[in-house]
Ligand binder design. Sequence first.
Ligand code: NAD
Length: 304
Amino acid sequence: NPPVEPAVAPSLGRIRKIAVLGAGVMGAQIAAHCVNAGFPVLLYDLPAQGADRSAVARKAVTGLARLNPAPLALPALARHIEPLNYDEHLDRLHECDLVIEAIAERLDWKEQLYRLILPALGPRATLASNTSGLSLGALSASLPEDIQPRFCGVHFFNPPRYMPLVELIPGPRTAPELLDRLETFLVAGLGKRVVRAKDTPNFIGNRIGVFGIMAAMVEADRHGLTYDMVDELTGKRLGRAKSGTFRTADVVGLDTLAHVMRTMQDGLPDDPFHPAFATPPVLAELLRNGALGQKAGAGFYRKA
Ligand code: NAD
């Protein structure tokens, strides 16, 4: 394909208010981190069944106290995160200068959500995806031309409060000024360290990290090692107290991890390591049984 010229940025204002779309493992914690850094947040999720239509996002805010004790006490935290749903509160998106999409790692679902929210996006707002490794080019192609310069990837690592790294990934038409402005915000506003990555499957961190996780899972199975043993070896003994292979998988979410693996399977067909990108059988079996990791109360460990 011929190279696409990056577009010129529309006039960009200061980031004062943030919307996070998706109140799951990452969305809720990104929202908490932003509030702790002094930015009010609108936290959106799908409407729950029944009367309380913002229940999903509200539950996520309550869950933050357990998941990620923050400097702000929960009532204070909750005051600055508004749990909303798309069908009743979409127009409020207009208030936000930065919209961080953090819904499930499926290209078609993200595209569908963008179609829903675009009419409510402010004329100067930035739209950024927290995708773990989907193609920014593909996501960008689903957006109207005037939005593409204001769209990019902003990939936080889990848990976002403690992990300093954020990958900033341009789409083919992202305005360079937008990346500069977002980098300044992430560093000065949220205290992060930014690495600019290219739009390749799973970018940098997950291309390396997920490959390591897959290899460890397959080898553990082959050699009959227990999850504890592998976690001791790949966690504490490597100086990573909380991040052994299987515990990390549970914290990430096994469905999300499987989606991230699929990005490598589908996106790198000619890679010499491609045969090693197959979903490890032990992971596939847990998924078949509905064990999605910590968020579901069952994964490699019962109570991760
Ligand atoms: P999650 O499964 O915990 O939450 C996903 C959220 O998306 C849920 O709240 C769900 O209600 C919502 N959702 C699902 N389908 C939807 C749809 N069709 N429309 C609107 N909302 C929908 O997922 P997560 O782990 O928070 O991951 C979210 C994003 O962040 C993904 O792109 C993932 O790859 C990325 N990410 C995850 C991690 C991690 O460790 N889990 C780390 C970095 C980036």
